[in-house]
Write a protein that binds this ligand. Structure first.
Ligand code: NDP
Length: 431
């Protein structure tokens, strides 16, 4: 009987995404490789962005054991572990309201502690005090030991994804509808359990907002400190802009913490390597590429170019926050702007005016415009600093396709009706 109800609640996944197990394996291998490649392909230690080295020299480096040893840094790994422990401790100690997440398939609702923003403020307070007391040169270790930190975060991602995968086989675990295929490689990647937790500590939402996102800001601060040390105390306007935009993005996400509870990551995806490596390695170490580049390419933009780049960022932010705010309010039972909506046969409603009446994913467009604004301060000498915009475009188109599939399943004919009313997906009149 128990087995039957478990099977009903956790049906087998019969439809693969990411081209199935081979695709999942490919992404699992290529994400870490790309994180390293972006460092070695764009850094002063390796000779530029991209470095001018020959193919045989690359082969020589890769066949040299000292290269592989250089990826590991015990001190960086210990600092990383300390950082992770600090985030957990802050979650446990700092006060915060407990809010309910979306309705789960088993009828229940999870409770989440809201204190990501106060964790951020505490971190910033401690970091500023430290830099003020010991000088910017004391906070350049994230720049100096960058690759060691990448390795440490990767190990953390693998350990967590493997641990959650193993724990998902216990009796009573609620699985993600997409992560229960029975194929180890695929389920490990996609995430088998929907909400792995230790007591009231929800691993997925914790990783989504704290150790990676806040670390991204710390890395940017470290890059600014490195530049300031080299320039005798000041930073360039380009470094200021790149850091400020990203700081703002992170602060905004943390301040609006409850908004993540209606995102696909939380409502649909399990917690597997896809999310653990995305949250812990990809976000902090790949998204900080622009600031890292500006350490050794010290560009001054001047007031006109600065004004233009700020305008692009503000435009993106306006769309992004407006769209996410409208959906979040609406999904939480509010409709302050009196937006029009359609009621689906399933009972839930879809907005058909405001941002969501303009595009199917207006929030993705805003995010993309901001991504462009973060790369513009690096100028046009190399395409590598535009990696984030290009990758993000691919990611969001793929994400839109995944969400479209899910919504088709969820809403059936109502989704067809919505997509007829709102035909453009991410870019008006184009896509
Ligand atoms: P969305 O926030 O767009 O959520 C999609 C869900 O919204 C749908 O499944 C549906 O769920 C609901 N929905 C769709 N249309 C409507 C409508 N008309 N009215 C009301 N609800 C609707 O997607 P994501 O979770 O992918 O993205 C969340 C944010 O995170 C975005 O801003 C995105 O840009 C950002 N993001 C950032 C990343 C990064 O690396 N920086 C990576 C990925 C995302 P339901 O109906 O069940 O509520």
């Amino acid at each position: 009987m128990a087995l039957t109800s478990t099977t009903v609640l956790n049906p087998r996944t019969t439809h693969y995404e990411f081209l199935g197990p081979p695709g999942a394996l490919l992404v699992t291998v290529f994400v870490p490789i790309t994180a390293y490649a972006l460092y070695f392909g764009c850094s002063e230690t390796s000779g530029g962005c991209p470095p001018r080295i020959s193919y045989p020299a690359v082969i020589d480096t890769l066949s040299d054991p000292s290269f592989w040893k250089s990826l590991w840094d015990t001190q960086a790994a210990l600092i990383y572990l300390g950082w992770y422990a600090f985030c957990v401790l802050a979650w446990a100690i700092l006060p915060g309201d407990w809010v309910e997440g979306s309705q789960l398939r088993d009828g229940g609702k999870k409770l989440y502690k809201i204190n990501a923003f106060s964790t951020f403020l505490l971190t910033l307070g401690l970091t500023s005090g430290y830099i003020w007391r010991f000088g910017p040169e004391s906070f350049t270790f994230l720049y100096d030991k960058f690759i060691g930190f990448v390795t440490a975060s990767l190990l953390m991602s693998v350990v967590q994804a493997a641990g959650c995968y193993a724990a998902s086989f216990r009796q009573g675990a609620l699985l993600a509808l997409g992560g229960n295929s029975g194929n180890v490689i695929y389920d490990f990647f996609i995430g088998r359990e929907l909400n792995p937790s230790i007591g009231s500590f929800d691993i997925k939402s914790f990783n989504e907002l704290r150790p990676g996102l806040i670390l991204w800001v710390l890395i940017d601060i470290s890059m600014a400190c490195e530049q300031a040390v080299r320039r005798g105390g000041s930073i360039t306007d380009s470094m200021g802009l790149a850091c400020l935009f990203q700081f703002w993005y992170v602060a905004d996400s943390l301040y609006n913490e409850p908004a993540i509870f209606t995102t696909m990551d939380i409502t649909t995806d399990g917690f597997g390597f896809m999310l653990s490596v995305g949250d812990l390695t990809w976000v902090p170490f790949v998204y900080s590429l622009q600031a890292r580049y500006l350490v050794f390419k010290q560009l001054e933009l001047g007031p006109i170019w600065t004004g233009a780049v700020v305008s692009v960022n503000l435009l993106g932010y306006w769309i992004f926050r407006g769209a996410n705010g409208e959906k979040n309010d609406f999904r939480n039972g509010y409709n302050p702007k009196n937006l029009k909506y359609m009621t689906t046969e399933r009972g839930s409603k879809l907005l058909i005016s405001g941002w969501w009446g303009w595009l199917q994913h207006p929030n993705y467009l805003g995010d993309l415009v901001m991504a462009l604004a973060w790369s513009l301060p690096t100028g046009f000498e190399t395409p590598i600093t535009y990696f984030y915009v290009m990758y993000f475009f691919v990611l969001l188109v793929h994400r839109q396709m995944r969400d479209d599939e899910n919504c088709k399943k969820k809403y059936g004919k109502d989704w067809e009706k919505y997509t007829t009313l709102v035909p453009y997906r991410i870019i008006p009149y184009i896509y």
